[in-house]
Design a protein around this ligand. Sequence first.
Ligand SMILES: [Zn+2]
Length: 236
Amino acid sequence: MKNVIQFGDQQVSYLLKRSKRKSLGIEVNSDGQLIVTAPDYIPIDKIEWALDKRQSWILEKIKEKSDNLQIQPKRKYVSGESINLFGRQYYLKIVESDTSSISIVDDQIMASLASEDDPREKIEDWLLKELNNVVSNKLETCLGRFNDIHEIVQNPIFKIKRMKRRWGSCSAKGEISLNFNLFAAPAECIEYIICHELTHLIHPNHSDEFYHSLKRLCPNYQALKTQLDDKTVIYD
Ligand SMILES: [Zn+2]
């Protein structure tokens, strides 16, 4: 059941699940959705009273887990469109050609495409390749630092995926996913995300210990996080 609770001037919707458990469960899932699990006999006003008592924790969790990502509508991949690549703005120029190739010329991303090419597919493949290069580069640096500090030689699995709401994630099995849209971010912000996800290998949650370790790995992580969340626009 979908409900809405008012926290000050902020409305928060939550999913109420009734269950046989004896106590009230409050969690914020990875999409920033508040989920409340409660036994049948607890009335709504009691549930909301309990939520109200934990409002600062809930609001903080929602902010942390959900979108400070700035999401724009889908890209069109047409000439003249601007594309940010590693923190620099470029303009896309598409020209028809017998063979396809994409390269950077001054402030342009020059895409020579054959008539049968799908511009989106070709350009996104190229962006992915560029991102992969930066990620493998940064990963080497970060892993070196990480292993020096923690003396664990880890070879985590890295994947680049399309993710709607997060820059990266680390699964319980230690698989790290990075958002495809990171190609828009400055390289040092990508380094920060890699450090952040590597730190999750030893501290699954955003605990004080997590931030302590992250700071050792990436001393200016706060500034980089702000830069990433506030200045890097991603596309749907
Ligand atoms: Zn995290």
